[in-house]
Design a protein around this ligand. Structure first.
Ligand code: UD1
Ligand code: CA
Length: 475
């Protein structure tokens, strides 16, 4: 069905008072995407031009949506948050389509299928007003408007102000409606503010349609698809559902989650089959994980690509980096803006920052590589540090193919270690090492035979002169 005669209005001007945070709830994140982006992106996908009503923190909401690819969105301001009906009223002069789909901005789990069903039924039945309802027995859903039916009549009653409605009906209002534009033009300006709150309620349009004898339609949806987000507990519940959906999707594509309840996954993460995700992993941003990988427990991977067969050991942190095929990283490794070559090993307590390691290169223990480009099959000894920062600027280190850096080297950048070069353990290197050379820089060792007792005695005498006196007498 074509929705070319439909325009959408998303209500996003509320104060988010129940969140108790400085930031509007509409900019809080669910699985890596802001709450307000969920309805906005869904409507874009359905090619329905959208008006977003903004007010409280409008700059933040507009800036948030500008970061997403939403071509067909315009903004209308509701200067004072005088209720959902008032928000819709503010948008009315900007609407022109035959049918107006209105959505609360805080229902992120809603699906395209449900919106299509609502629009189709509304048009098919030529209703003046249609809306989504859901069954809920739970007293914890007392924040929702209740749908109260008496014979042919139907109205929505806000339980906040009329607690009796809660016992009268187990159907709640989802906050998603379709109205005929002609009905809104006639009726919306006539709505009186609620006497208790002083707000104009969009929900009063349903009772008004009924009173006029106009047709009102409903469709029923599962509660978990229409949950609203009014406080941080709702946000947690909704994110939990969203995450379960994402994990189920990847399970259906052959990804093994050892403890799915313990994994955090963003919307834009993609994972190929035969990969195992161990407990406690946090996979965020635009991360892609290839086929047959193992992502070790408590690893955090953000905006990175992990190619097929890579082994990420537990507690690794990988940010904006690439790990090539069959490479091994961790445990306790940290990669920032770096690349690890095919079959390379970046081991425990190794940090790479703006650096690359070529195929089969190994840095297995306790190393820092900053602004460093390492060739293929190089070996970086334990404890090696590239000293890239002189306090003012950063400098580059180049370690060429098959070079072998001895343990505990300090490479003072800028510096180049040539192909096949070898450096001695404990060296502090300030100059380039040519291809095939051996370079060592440390003070020579001196040894004095049978000197250890004398050394101990002299040290004791210096530190505790009073204790050393009697010893001399006794001798
Ligand atoms: C609303 C419905 C309730 C329904 C529930 C579903 C009303 C009066 N009540 O209650 O029947 O069960 O949604 O989730 O509509 N907003 C504005 N301007 C305002 C006030 C709110 O733009 O002046 C926006 C908010 O930013 C939010 C949306 O409207 O995105 C809904 O407002 P909210 O306060 O969350 O309404 P509920 O109390 O949840
Ligand atoms: Ca709400």
């Amino acid at each position: 069905m074509s929705f070319s005669n439909v325009q959408a209005v998303v209500l996003a001007a509320g104060k988010s008072a129940r969140f108790n945070t400085k930031k509007t709830k509409l900019c809080h994140i669910i699985c890596g995407q802001e709450l307000i982006a969920y309805p906005a992106k869904l409507l874009t996908k359905m090619h329905i031009p959208t008006i977003c009503v903004v007010g409280h923190q409008k700059e933040d909401i507009i800036a948030t949506l500008a970061c997403h690819d939403i071509p067909n969105i315009t903004y209308v301001e509701q200067k004072d948050a005088k209720g959902t009906g008032h928000a819709l009223l503010c948008s009315l002069p900007s609407t022109s389509a035959e049918h107006i789909l209105v959505m609360n901005g805080d229902v992120p789990l809603i699906t395209q299928e449900l919106l299509e069903t609502l629009l189709e039924k509304h048009m098919h039945e030529e209703a003046a007003a249609s809306f989504i309802i859901s069954h809920s027995f739970s007293p914890s859903s007392s924040g929702y408007g209740r749908v109260v039916k008496h014979g042919e009549s139907v109205e929505i009653v806000e339980t906040k102000y009329n607690p009796d409605a809660f016992t009268e009906s187990n159907f709640i209002n989802a906050g998603i409606y379709v109205f005929k534009k002609s009905f809104l033009d006639q009726t919306l300006t006539e709505l009186a503010p609620d006497p208790t709150s002083g707000e104009i309620f969009i929900t009063d349009l349903i009772g008004a349609a009924n009173a006029q004898g106009s047709r009102v339609c409903t469709i029923t949806a599962p509660f978990d698809t229409i949950r609203g987000v009014n406080n941080l507990k709702d946000l947690w519940a909704v994110e939990h559902i969203k995450r379960s959906e994402l994990i189920t999707h990847w399970m259906n594509h052959g990804v093994r989650f050892i403890a799915a309840q313990n994994v955090y996954l963003d919307l834009n993460v993609t994972i190929e089959n035969d990969t195992v995700i161990w407990p406690g992993c946090i996979l965020t941003g635009n991360t892609h994980i290839g086929h047959g990988c193992s992502i070790g427990a408590y690893s955090c991977i953000t905006d990175s690509t992990i190619h097929d067969g890579a082994l990420i050991q537990p507690h690794s942190v990988i940010i904006n980096s690439i790990v090539h095929q069959s490479a091994e990283v961790g445990p306790f490794a940290k990669l920032r803006s770096s690349s690890v070559g095919e079959r390379a090993i970046i081991g425990n307590f190794v940090e790479m920052n703006r650096s690359s390691a070529g195929a089969r290169t190994k840095a297995k223990h306790l190393t820092y590589m900053g602004d460093t480009c390492i060739g293929m099959q190089a070996n970086i000894g334990a404890g090696t540090i590239t000293c890239n920062f002189d306090g003012i600027s950063k400098h580059k280190t180049v370690i060429k193919d098959r070079a072998m850096i001895g343990s505990n080297n300090a490479l003072i950048a800028p510096i180049t270690i040539g192909k096949n070069a070898v450096t001695g353990a404990g060296s502090v290197l300030t100059e380039d090492v040519p291809d095939n050379a051996f370079s060592v820089s440390r003070s020579p060792q001196s040894t004095r035979d049978n000197y250890s007792e004398t050394l101990r005695h002299n040290t004791l005498a210096k530190t505790y002169p009073e204790k050393s006196e009697p010893q001399e007498q006794a001798a």
